[in-house]
Write a protein that binds this ligand. Structure first.
Ligand code: BGP
Length: 489
């Protein structure tokens, strides 16, 4: 590994999501969210969305990893590792159980004060994500999720509560986790657009059949999220001018499968729609030429109002964040198999790359490539808000887990970040997903473990929730305490 260094003020953070780790789904007045209605996947990696909670199924997010009761212990582990920041989501349903209450739930507010106070003990900076898999079930049923403009104001009421309540303590906010997922049909559920019948979810195998109206709804939801994100930025800066607003994009890094110019064009287009469609809006506050063309070509009515334009222009972001796990390829030849799972995306396998057990291809160079693409387009600071590797693990006879692949994965991505900085890019920090094992977003599995800390909890709901350090724990501690210099594994 080379002698490149990370800057002294580089931010090392841990990333988690309340809907995936909290559990306590009905405790202290919390309302139901859309994830509370999703079962753990079956042997085909398929989750089921049920409107009624069915006692024959296990709903993993009801328990999460029990962070709600163990946040002190878990933040303690993060601090011991050497993380200087934690990115977490404040759950809408903990503060406004249905999304429509007049006043916030005081027990919900207290919980987040407790978390922030715990972070302060260790001098860790809180970074808050305001929407991460926690759309209130009630609003999904009543309004059809984000496709209804009235949801914008309801969300802003929640945001205002948070920003006002934690004024002085929290200086970085992000509106929506991976807002670009709505560019694909799979994103509808996350946008709270839920059919009135039970259905299956499998992000690799089930491509939702969309009618024109479904597509309209999905792009209306995306537009409404753009407006909400912009209004949040404007409002937060009015409440506290020191606040910085980030935008979070699921970093899709797509290469052409071959040098055939048609494949190169296909790759360019595949990056335009999920990545730059939203990137251009978040940074420049407008739909780019290809975004407009995409809407026109697909006859999409996204419900944009003339007065939105000014708001979108004013509420742009200060820093760009990506959740980056893997890359994929694309071919212009439709007969080439789409056999490569990426995070909420399907592509074609790259013959030069290895993959995780879940088929996500490991590609640290892709991180460097993507950061260069982003910085070249936008020139604003970048933060890696999620990166990590999920693996099926179990405790060995020494009550630990041997996870050398995790060390290798992280070391390569840290090395890539040094190159990113050496390329001249303003990279602010790196947040690892996720320091403590938690429930997978895509499959609902606990078996897909990302942590440095093993949680004794399993896909049938069994286990004590006790925590055990994996072998990577001490290694990561050494990495963080050397500011990423000692990457030997
Ligand atoms: C990101 C989500 C996270 C997290 C991660 C890993 O897209 O923001 O919530 O879950 O992906 O994905 P998974 O849990 O499906 O392995």
């Amino acid at each position: 590994m080379s002698e490149l260094k990370l800057p002294e003020n580089f931010i090392w953070g841990a990333s988690i999501c309340g809907a995936q780790c909290d559990g306590a789904w009905k405790e202290d007045g919390k309302g139901e969210n859309i994830l509370d209605h999703q079962t753990v996947c079956d042997s085909n990696k398929t989750r089921r969305f049920t409107h009624e909670i069915n006692p024959d199924y296990y709903y993993p997010n009801h328990d999460g990893n029990d962070f709600y009761h163990r946040y002190k212990e878990d933040i303690g582990y993060m601090a011991e590792l050497g993380f200087k920041s934690m990115r977490f989501s404040v759950m809408w349903t903990r503060l406004y159980p249905t999304g429509e209450e007049e006043l916030p739930n005081p027990k919900g507010l207290q919980y987040y004060h407790n978390i922030i106070n715990e972070l302060k003990k260790y001098d860790m900076e809180p970074v808050i994500m305001l929407s991460h898999l926690d759309f209130p079930y009630h609003l999904a049923m009543k309004y059809g999720g984000w496709s209804d403009r009235r949801v914008i104001d309801l969300f802003l009421k929640f945001c205002k509560t948070v920003v006002t309540e934690f004024k002085g303590d929290v200086k970085k906010y992000i509106g929506f986790n991976e807002i670009n997922i709505l560019c694909q049909p799979i994103g509808s559920t996350l946008g709270g657009i839920i059919p009135d019948h039970d259905f299956d979810l499998n992000i690799v195998k089930i491509v939702p059949q969309e009618s024109q109206e479904d597509m309209n709804k999905r792009f209306r939801a995306l537009h409404n999220q753009f407006v909400a994100a912009a209004k949040l930025a404007i409002m937060a800066r009015e409440i506290d001018p020191e606040i910085k607003i980030g935008g979070c994009v699921s970093g899709k890094c797509i290469y052409p499968l071959t040098p055939n110019p048609k494949d190169v064009l296909a790759a360019q287009q595949a990056m335009q729609i999920p990545d730059w469609f939203v990137g251009d809006m978040l940074v420049k506050g407008e739909y780019s030429y290809f975004a407009k063309r995409y809407l026109e070509r697909n006859n999409i009515d996204n419900g944009a109002l003339p007065e939105d334009a000014q708001i979108l222009k004013k509420g742009t972001i200060d820093f760009y964040t990506i959740n980056y796990y893997s890359s994929g390829c694309i071919s212009s030849d439709d007969s080439v198999a789409k056999d490569c799972a990426m995070n909420m995306f399907i592509s074609t396998k790259n013959p030069y790359l290895e993959a995780s057990e879940w088929g996500w291809q490991i590609d640290a160079d892709g991180l460097r490539y993507l950061c260069n693409e982003i910085y070249g387009r936008y020139g604003i600071p970048i933060m890696i808000l999620e990166n990590g590797i999920g693996a099926a693990e179990q405790l060995n006879e020494n009550n630990t887990v041997s996870d050398p692949y995790r060390k290798e994965y992280i070391a390569k991505h840290i090395q890539a970040m040094k190159e990113v900085i050496d390329d001249g890019i303003e990279l602010l920090g790196y947040y690892y997903w996720a320091p403590i094992d938690l429930v997978s977003a895509s499959t609902g599995e606990m078996m897909k473990r990302y942590g440095f800390v093993f949680v004794d909890h399993y896909d049938d709901g069994s286990g004590t929730m006790k925590r055990y350090k994996k072998e990577s724990f001490e290694w990561m501690k050494k990495v963080l305490h050397s500011n990423g210099e000692d990457l030997e594994y």
